[in-house]
Design a protein around this ligand. Sequence first.
Ligand code: HEC
Ligand code: HEC
Length: 443
Amino acid sequence: MKNTTLKRWRNVVAALVVGALSASSAFAQETTLKSEHGATPEPIQEAVLDKLLEGVDVCAPPKGVDEEYWASLIPEGNEITPERFALGKKLYFERRLSSDGTVSCATCHDIKRGFGDARATSEGVGDQIGNRNAPPTFNVTFLHTMFWDGRSPTVEHQAMQPIVNPIEMGMPLDPEKIIAGIKDDPEYKAMFQAAYGRDVNYPDVGNALGVFERCLVFLDNPFFRYMNGDEDAISQDAKEGWKIFNNQGRCASCHQISPSNPVGSNNKFHNIGVAAHNQDFETMAARALAALESDASESAVDELALNSDLSELGRFIVTKNPTDIGAYRTSPLTNVGVSGPYMHDGSMETLWDVVDHYNKGGIPNRYLDGGIEPLNLTDRQVDQLVAFLFSLTDVRFADENAKEFAKQRSAAAKSRPERDVDVSTRRVLSFEKFDATAAKKGE
Ligand code: HEC
Ligand code: HEC
């Protein structure tokens, strides 16, 4: 990467300023304060996290979530305990789990950057860049699968993958080598024993990280307060936006929001026309099938998804089902105000871009979901829908959310394509001519 040194220095300076405000004690640890890959130094992130979780009993069901529902989401054998949470938290910030010692989970899921990295796609060991946007690590307990394409079944399982991905943390596929950097550390030895009654081992690294992430619940947002009867919690615009979300915008057909589905994902996979930029999906699909024929191991699939030009096939790589070409898991929407840029490839900078995308009916392609159609929303309605989306951010991120709203609004004012074009007058989109029967027969 060009300019990396410069960029890093800028980040170090920025981090020091932040550090001075939020974690002055971290100054003592000069070496660990170094910023890598543009992320906030781990000790500063940790201090910010402690502040965010102040007064929260992480082992109790989160506020506002039904106790039984919460219990049903926690896997048997990996119940939440303070010891497991503490271990997972330490591991989350642990760079010794990466091959060159520069990357931890917190590099790409930076507490100060909405638990993501504020980039389109992520940078790992050796400054290598992958093909996917880093989604936030909060509220993941409510999702039925992990990753944009759902290739991992649980939070615990997911946590083991980035460690061995060659462009993320880059460790060899060998459980012993993975833990080599931490297994003789007396602090870790004691913490693994206290958490799981076992010595330091790789599967428990995944388990502990899972517990830690499951406790990162950020659902206390103005919109939920409004739904619970506080009329003044959100603006009039956001209230109108909520109506559009459920009606003309058709958003709720995939992003259902309810007490039993607070994050707003149906947990299904759809091609909404994001991956369709100049793709020859058929040729790519044939190449992917050939690659999977020779190696369909977990790590091979992970590399196809993240490190290869076949990434844009989305869910297809997991299921080999043609209807899953270019399909991704419906994104959760809580805290979406602070977790940009958006979509699996980070291709959309603002929530205005996102709503514009839906308003024009996505990018046409043979595999576009039937639920994606031009919406004919006016500019006023687009603004209202965006106002609603920003009301889904937890009050603990209120400052960042307000800043991001202002930043996105001004970016959108400059960058948006021609507004006020009547979408209903556009010519027929190619997916409307698509012959599904012929496609099934492979014609
Ligand atoms: C180099 C950057 C990078 C590092 C390091 C990294 N991640 Fe990620 N993470 C990503 C990207 C990119 C994705 C999306 C990949 C995909 O969907 O194909 C992701 C996805 C996830 C998800 C899925 C969330 C969802 O909505 O499905 C979780 C959870 C997660 N990472 C946790 C972790 C943990 C725990 C670690 C440390 C062991 C870690 N990540 C290390 C970049 C990173
Ligand atoms: C057919 C199902 C479907 C409909 C309808 C739908 N979405 Fe989505 N939404 C998705 C999927 C799938 C993704 C992830 C797509 C990708 O990354 O390629 C997504 C992603 C998003 C994201 C990005 C989140 C992030 O963190 O990157 C936002 C915001 C969003 N949708 C809002 C909306 C709004 C607002 C509407 C209504 C105008 C809407 N969606 C309608 C399925 C849908």
